[in-house]
Design a protein around this ligand. Structure first.
Ligand code: SF4
Length: 439
């Protein structure tokens, strides 16, 4: 009988794509994904440690498997990703959950198949977390289930050491993939019919800095040289490295979505300095202005953090002012999460939880008002949607426009993977509803 796997993923898009790599490794060994009601022969937790609640969530879910494992001792449990890569975390995990069979880190995620083979040949747990990053692996081992969208890593790691962030400690220094390998992987996906490609890196703007081969705008132009309709996105851009050459590349290549995710984090220069972000609010807004001057229809999303150590009411108001000035079409808002091992964790002036809560509510209210206003502007317009899925509950197809806005529509035909023109009939919520011509 075919063996079944389940992968539980926490955290960001980078982790979602790495779970596709874990799935690829399992498929190559004859496993198939377990249906929700099916028992799995192996459960893999691909963890995240960027925020405390993601870590607690993972610990809770691993602990909940203790009973299941008792009833089915043959079931394997593997835990990997950012959480286990932290110093001392693998030992802590083994102590807390001795029933875990395999522990691995971010640096040896692609070696997971060898670890599984090792475990299958013995009773003892396999604990193998590499301290240092290994060679960049160029072959595409992913098992993708996200058609018509696909994610492609262009680089790994980060050199920026923002003072609140654990990523440089658990994902190592920046390593770029070879441009030829990235272009070949994208071409392979387009040949297979994928319609939207998102290039991934912690700071895509520094792509190539470590090997001096090809810059990020040059890489984009190489991909866009393919003369056919598809969408190309990228994330994430650190504003300090976001420059005019990149903006002109977006302007010149219709495949590049006119939508940029540019995490600002805060609007107070004092807080930005403490965060080690290396730009001021004014410099950020100048880049936004340059982007809108060159591409007037470009839209912008961001990440914002509130409650960073020592943040005063005045600092927080500066963030609200920046949100108003930048006029984001979407913003992901977070409360600062203290991560041990980072510089900010040891800063004086940690902000009480009730103050953080009050500030995040005010910020969310402002962001939601801006998003609703942006939605209203869609009413009556015809937009291009790339259809991604069918929502059986709603009986509607769904997809996104160039700016990432979700749109729902009815159709008598399977539309997944097609670009459709949708006339927006309802724009009252964050997502849109509309109708398409079936012709
Ligand atoms: S740029 Fe800053 S926030 Fe982003 S991954 Fe690197 S250190 Fe973390």
């Amino acid at each position: 009988m075919e063996k079944k796997y389940r992968i539980v993923t926490y955290g960001c898009q980078m982790n979602v794509h790495e779970s596709e790599k874990l799935a690829g490794i399992l498929h190559a060994r004859g496993y198939a994904e377990a249906a929700p009601e099916e028992e799995a022969d192996i459960v893999v937790f691909n963890t995240c440690c960027i925020r405390e609640n993601a870590e607690n969530h993972a610990y809770g879910n691993i602990g909940a498997l203790k009973k299941v494992k008792k009833a089915h001792p043959g079931m394997l449990i593997a835990v990997g990703g950012c959480m286990t890569q932290q110093a001392g975390a693998a030992e802590k995990l083994r102590k807390k959950f001795p029933f875990v069979d395999i522990v691995f880190g971010t640096h040896n995620l692609e070696e997971f198949g060898a670890l599984l083979d090792r475990k299958l040949g013995r009773k003892k747990a396999v604990v193998d977390v590499w301290e240092k990053e290994g060679e960049v692996r160029e072959e595409d081992i992913s098992f993708r289930t996200s058609y018509p969208n696909a994610w492609v890593n262009i680089m790994y790691g980060c050199n920026n050491f923002c003072s609140y962030c654990i990523v440089p400690y658990v994902r190592g220094r920046e390593r770029s993939r070879a441009a030829s390998a990235v272009v070949a992987e994208v071409n392979g996906l387009l040949d297979a019919g994928y319609k939207e490609i998102t290039l991934l890196g912690q700071n895509v703007n520094s792509y190539g800095n470590d090997c001096g081969e090809v810059s990020f705008p040059q890489l984009l132009r190489k991909i866009c040289a393919r003369d056919e309709k598809f969408r190309l996105r990228f994330m994430t851009s650190n504003p300090k490295d976001f420059g005019e050459e990149l903006v002109r590349t977006i302007a010149d290549n219709p495949q590049l979505c006119r939508f940029v995710h540019l995490p600002v984090q805060a609007g107070s220069d004092r807080i930005l300095r403490l965060m080690n972000r290396k730009y001021t609010a004014k410099e950020y807004l100048e880049k936004v202005e340059m982007l809108r001057r060159i591409i007037p229809d470009c839209q912008l999303s961001t990440d914002i953090m509130v409650g960073f150590p020592t943040e005063t009411e005045e600092d927080f108001r500066a963030t609200l002012d920046l949100v108003r000035a930048a006029d984001f079409s979407a913003a992901f808002t977070f409360v600062y999460s203290r991560r041990s091992g980072t510089v900010a964790a040891d800063m004086e002036g940690q902000i009480p939880e009730e103050v953080q809560k009050e500030r995040i509510m005010r910020l969310v209210e402002l962001v939601n008002a801006q998003t609703r206003e942006k939605s209203q502007a869609y009413r009556g317009k015809t937009i291009e949607i790339l259809c991604e899925d069918y929502d059986a509950k709603k009986g509607l197809y769904l997809g996104r426009d160039e700016y990432g806005r979700m749109g729902y529509f009815a159709s008598g035909r399977d539309r997944i993977g097609q670009f459709v023109q949708m006339r927006v009939t309802d724009a009252s919520g964050i997502s849109l509803q509309g109708e398409i011509s079936e012709g």
